[in-house]
Design a protein around this ligand. Structure first.
Ligand SMILES: *[C@@H]1O[C@H](CO)[C@@H](O)[C@H](O)[C@H]1NC(C)=O
Ligand SMILES: *[C@@H]1O[C@H](CO)[C@@H](O)[C@H](O)[C@H]1NC(C)=O
Ligand SMILES: *[C@@H]1O[C@H](CO)[C@@H](O)[C@H](O)[C@H]1NC(C)=O
Ligand SMILES: *[C@@H]1O[C@H](CO)[C@@H](O)[C@H](O)[C@H]1NC(C)=O
Ligand SMILES: *[C@@H]1O[C@H](CO)[C@@H](O)[C@H](O)[C@H]1NC(C)=O
Ligand SMILES: *[C@@H]1O[C@H](CO)[C@@H](O)[C@H](O)[C@H]1NC(C)=O
Length: 432
């Protein structure tokens, strides 16, 4: 029943009669009077259209262009499934000229410049409530479907895989539920995928990161998976996964995004583990926001490679060790917060107020001689049992090379005598 278009009408009729009791959210009187049996079925059987569905629908108008006829069927079915349209936005969705409907944009078909077709739908911020009917699968020429800030609910119908030309799919800020809508993976031209502010749940499919997207917004859902190993295959320049329940480390493949990734926003998840060195390869990124996860261990020395970073947020994690000058001195830095961690040393250039041009925040760490730090009791267990990520030159106890000496003197001014974590601990407990 979840499959696409292979069922006979008889089977669908049977399914409909057996499903009608669970699908009771539609006002059955108005529905049965305005829809033929087959139209009801496609609405309820959820997912896809029967084969050649458009030829089964009776239309009272003469629409010569078969593309616009499909558009008409889709938009009428959609209008019927709307439960609330407070601004009467769809009130002119009547009659054969679908190109005049509010929010509907027509253009010459890509494969037939003489025929107009529905090329885009923009219902952004209309506050419509309803679900997406399977008939949407008839809009095979749309390149843009923008539904943000409405009250669409239910699962995304399977028929969405039919929109082969779509480039931008924005379902954000609605009430969609269910697993990640895997059908979008089959959309060859998709560049912009925006599912944020819904209630999608479960795993992110690994194929998502093999798609050639420009932007991926999945924030504010209920996704729970680890990031798959092929994470770094993604070509997205903006990747926002914040406010989910994602876990595990950032895969080392993140380094493959060096030339494309601009913003990586992962705050308010359950990511953990050490930061892999490869995160420092993101030499074209302007924003890396890891706030409020469970990352731990020392910072990889490679972070100095974030040469275009403007906003770096490491706050509310379990990082330990030293915050070095080569991060705080990054050339494009505007805002670097590493508050609410367990850092027990920072370079002079990392002390807030040390630079007027950069907002720095070192609150609530384990920094000797700094105000507003964690208590001795909180710090000792974490700082004396540091996690060795094997990624940092600041541990354990390398002999300083001549080139490190200028940095060393800066450390000394902060009361941190050495790069050695062992020495820092001693120093730390002594100072406290
Ligand atoms: C929408 O239409 C209904 C019924 O015709 C009317 O009562 C209501 O005032 C209209 N709302 C707006 C915002 O125009
Ligand atoms: C994605 O990455 C994996 C390894 O992480 C690789 O085997 C695969 O071929 C990549 N796929 C694409 C489409 O680049
Ligand atoms: C951290 O995220 C959790 C949800 O994962 C949230 O409940 C909590 O308020 C957040 N804390 C901060 C400081 O943002
Ligand atoms: C960043 O972008 C520039 C072009 O703007 C490019 O030359 C460079 O190789 C890119 N990659 C890294 C890692 O900086
Ligand atoms: C982070 O540190 C806190 C306080 O020590 C601890 O309760 C928590 O388990 C740590 N989380 C991880 C993931 O290490
Ligand atoms: C710096 O970033 C933090 C975290 O995103 C934010 O709370 C703070 O307001 C920012 N500070 C400035 C001065 O922009």
């Amino acid at each position: 029943m979840q499959n696409c278009g292979n069922h006979s009408r008889l089977i669908l009729l049977f399914l409909f009669s057996s499903l009608s009791s669970i699908c009771g959210t539609f006002p059955s009187t108005s529905l049965s009077s305005s829809f033929s049996a087959s139209q009801q079925i496609t609405l309820q059987a959820n997912g896809d259209l029967p084969k050649n569905y458009e030829y089964q629908v009776q239309i009272n108008y003469k629409i010569d262009n078969p593309r616009l006829k499909r558009g008409y069927i889709a938009l009428q079915a959609w209008k019927k499934s709307i439960l609330s349209d407070p601004s009467n936005f769809t009130s002119n969705w009547d009659g054969p000229d679908v190109c005049k409907y509010n929010g509907v944009f027509c253009a010459p078909a890509p494969d037939d410049s003489k025929a107009d077709t529905v090329a885009g739908i923009d219902l952004n911020r209309v506050d419509i409530a309803g679900d997406l009917p399977a008939e949407l699968g008839l809009l095979t020429d749309v390149s843009i479907l923008h539904l943000n800030s409405n009250r669409f609910h239910g699962v995304v119908p399977k028929c969405i895989y039919r929109l082969k030309l779509i480039r931008e799919l924005d379902l954000s800020n609605n009430n969609f539920v269910g697993p990640f809508p895997e059908e979008v993976l089959a959309l060859p031209n998709l560049k912009y995928l925006d599912l944020r502010f819904n209630s999608f749940e479960g795993e992110l499919p690994s194929q998502l990161f093999d798609k050639e997207l420009d932007a991926l917004f999945l924030n504010d859902n209920r996704f729970t998976s680890k990031l798959p190993d092929n994470f770094g295959n993604s070509s997205a320049s903006v990747m926002v996964l914040a406010n989910n329940q994602l876990e595990g480390p950032i895969p080392t493949s993140v380094g493959k995004m060096a030339n494309t990734l601009d913003e990586l926003v992962l705050f308010n998840n359950k990511f953990n583990g050490c930061l892999s060195s490869e995160i420092g390869f993101l030499g074209n990124a302007s924003v890396v926001d890891l706030e409020n996860n469970s990352f731990s261990g020392t910072l990889p020395v490679t972070l100095k490679g974030l040469e275009t970073i403007e906003t770096l947020n490491l706050a509310y994690n379990n990082f330990t060790g030293f915050v070095p000058d080569n991060i705080c001195g990054l050339p494009k830095l505007v805002n670097f917060t590493f508050a609410y961690n367990y850092f027990n040393g920072e370079a002079l250039s990392c002390v807030p107020t040390s630079r007027k041009d950069v907002a720095l925040d070192d609150t609530s760490n384990c920094l000797p001689q700094r105000p507003n730090q964690k208590s001795h009791k909180e710090c000792v267990p974490v700082v004396t049992n540091p996690i060795d990520c094997g990624n940092s030159e600041y541990e354990p106890a390398p002999q300083p090379s001549p080139s490190e000496e200028s940095e060393m003197s800066a450390h000394s001014q902060m009361g941190v005598e050495s790069h050695s974590s062992a020495t820092s601990h001693a120093e730390f407990s002594f100072n406290l």
